[in-house]
Design a protein around this ligand. Structure first.
Ligand code: AMP
Ligand code: DBH
Length: 551
């Protein structure tokens, strides 16, 4: 007989039954769904504020009603349990409404980023077998409705395009205004906690993003544990600064953690200090999360002096890419916050520095796993454990780390060991106190004539140069050495531009081995970014391949 508590989505790789039982017995997996959580909060604190954006302010009762109402409307349209729906929305209140409507229905949001274009969305929609797209009209001068129409023309399974429109915006031919699907709520069967709740995307530092299926059970555990570690409560106001569909602002502890704790979620339509700082003051934001390039920008702006009262902000999380120690030291004093480093991945494992950790841990490490049930190991390229404290490949498994990508056996063969450990692709070392130091991704090492140079290590040296604002090291192909070391640098000001000679002599003075000297320096004013705002090494490598030259 089919055990109805087990997930049934084809293409999903479940945990082994004995582990699943273990996680349930220990009450890590509680059997609750995200819909249950919202219903419970709406019942106990209906009048508390749940969602805020510059135009909207909804209580828990309102959010719950809106989600049920939209779920009912979408069911009328024929969207059913288990169907996949691309969601591509900017940071605005309706994102939460749409996602909880889909949770209510048991349909699976596929979390796309506003930066995605047809080259990403078409393969994502195909791989997900998506039946609908929910997006907006024009936002920041880009026509998302037209993009959705393009994607639909290419993907036969896509039946519906639904738009969250602003006042006065019209729905184009072939798309629906989602407001037409706010019906009087009826009770729907809904998903079970063991069901897949949504499809998240891997960062896709190379190629097309892979799809990551997460269940209500496993994800809610990670959200709960994150909310505990970040000490969220009903007074929390979490600002969604990064693109909200990304795993970090979604769940670490993110908007779902804030709602789990009965606090409020606030939205900023863009992450710049000019937009976000006034909103922090206006909404009384207590915690938010940034990627390192943004943390640098916020820190610089605060150090330079700025007029807004940021005193409500208690915790600033930095994650998504390595936060260099140099920046980590400045964040707290500049912004008057406790820094928290977050090292995570949409596949599961998330590490945090704790709020009461000594400053040396907060500044110098990327934290430790959130759960005592997380298992991590550091192995060499043959899979054998490295000596304690040495650098190696991080592999992991646990109660919220996937056992395989969604319907992707080729990726699974590369990214999972035979016994189900996820190969993170990250090179780390583990300190005796259990905190991890991320040395970079396996591919980020430059192999210069057989000598391996860590990009992160060399970047840390360059960041100490007074004329360097930010630095990224990438390898460029070289016929003799295999690879050469190219340093992309942003100048600290427009007058003193770093040169190859000044950079090399600076690095040499710091006592660095001669074979680690950059072979070229390219000065640029901005680094290309990924959809969530991480510096894109892939695009920098592409710039070199396209003929960018150093001096
Ligand atoms: P994604 O594929 O977008 O889920 O990105 C996950 C990856 O981002 C991790 O495997 C790491 O390579 C990187 N990452 C996330 N947080 C950090 C951090 N705090 N320090 C260094 N790398 C990080
Ligand atoms: O980069 C990430 O993917 C990430 C970073 C911090 C993440 O998924 C997370 C926290 O949950």
């Amino acid at each position: 007989m089919l055990d109805v508590t087990e997930p049934v989505l084809p293409g999903f790789t479940p945990w082994p039954a004995d582990l699943a039982r273990h996680y349930r017995d220990r009450n890590l997996w509680t059997g609750e769904t995200f819909g249950d959580v919202l219903a419970a909060r709406a019942a106990t604190a209906p009048d508390r504020i749940a969602v805020l954006d510059p135009a909207v302010r909804w209580t828990y009762a309102e959010l719950h009603h809106r989600a049920r109402s939209m779920a009912t409307g979408l069911a009328r349209l024929g969207i059913g349990r288990g169907e996949r729906v691309l969601v591509q929305l900017p940071n605005r209140a309706e994102f939460v409404e749409v996602v909880f409507a889909l949770f209510e229905l048991g349909a699976l949001p596929v979390f796309c980023l506003p930066a995605h274009r047809a080259a990403e969305l078409v393969p994502i929609a195909r791989a997900a077998g998506a039946t609908a797209v929910i997006t907006c009209g024009t936002h920041q001068r880009f026509d998302y409705a037209a993009l959705a129409a393009t994607v639909r023309a290419e993907v036969p399974s896509l039946r519906h395009v639904l738009l969250v429109l602003d006042h006065g915006q019209d729905s184009p031919e072939g798309a629906h205004d989602i407001a037409e699907f706010r019906d009087e709520p009826v009770d729907l069967a809904g998903p079970s906690a063991a069901d897949v709740a949504f499809l998240q995307l891997s960062g896709g530092s190379t190629g097309i993003p892979k799809l990551i299926a997460r269940t209500h059970d496993d994800y809610l555990y990670s959200v709960r544990r994150s909310a505990e570690i970040c000490e969220l409560d009903s007074d929390t106001v979490y600002l969604a600064t990064l693109p909200i569909a990304h795993n970090f602002p979604m769940s670490s502890p993110g908007i779902l953690g804030a709602l789990w704790a009965g606090g409020a979620v606030a939205m900023t339509p863009d992450p710049t200090p000019a937009t976000a700082f006034p909103l922090i003051e206006r909404f009384g934001v207590t915690i938010t999360g940034l990627v390192p390039p943004l943390a640098r920008l916020w820190t610089e702006r605060a150090e330079a002096g700025q007029p807004h009262d940021l005193s409500s902000l208690r915790v600033l999380q930095v994650g998504g890419a390595r936060c260099q120690d140099e920046l980590a030291r400045r964040v707290g004093p500049a912004l008057g916050v406790t820094l928290q480093q977050v090292f995570g991945m949409a596949e599961g494992l998330v590490c945090y520095t704790r709020l009461d950790d000594p400053i040396e841990v907060v500044v110098g490490t990327q934290g430790r796993p959130m759960s005592e049930f997380d298992r991590i190991a550091v192995v060499d390229d043959t899979g054998a454990p490295v000596a304690p404290g040495s650098q190696g490949n991080l592999i992991t498994q646990g109660p919220y780390t996937i056992r395989g990508y969604y319907d992707n056996p080729e990726a699974d063969a590369r990214s999972f060991t035979a016994d189900g450990w996820y190969r993170t692709g990250d090179i780390v070392s583990v300190r005796p106190d259990g905190n991890l130091i991320v040395a970079g991704r396996a591919g980020d090492w430059v192999n210069r004539g057989g000598e391996k140079v860590s990009a992160e290590e060399l970047e840390a040296h360059l960041l100490e140069h007074p004329d360097v604002r930010d630095a990224v090291i990438v390898g460029t192909p070289d016929p003799v050495l295999g690879q050469r070391i190219c340093a992309f640098v942003q100048p600290a000001d427009s007058v003193r531009r770093p040169t190859l000679t000044t950079v090399r002599s600076f690095v040499r003075q710091r006592g660095v081995a001669a074979w680690k000297m950059p072979d070229a320096v390219v000065v640029v004013d901005e680094f290309p970014e990924t959809g969530v705002g991480k510096t894109s090494r892939k695009e920098l490598r592409q710039l070199l391949a396209d003929g960018a030259h150093g001096n």
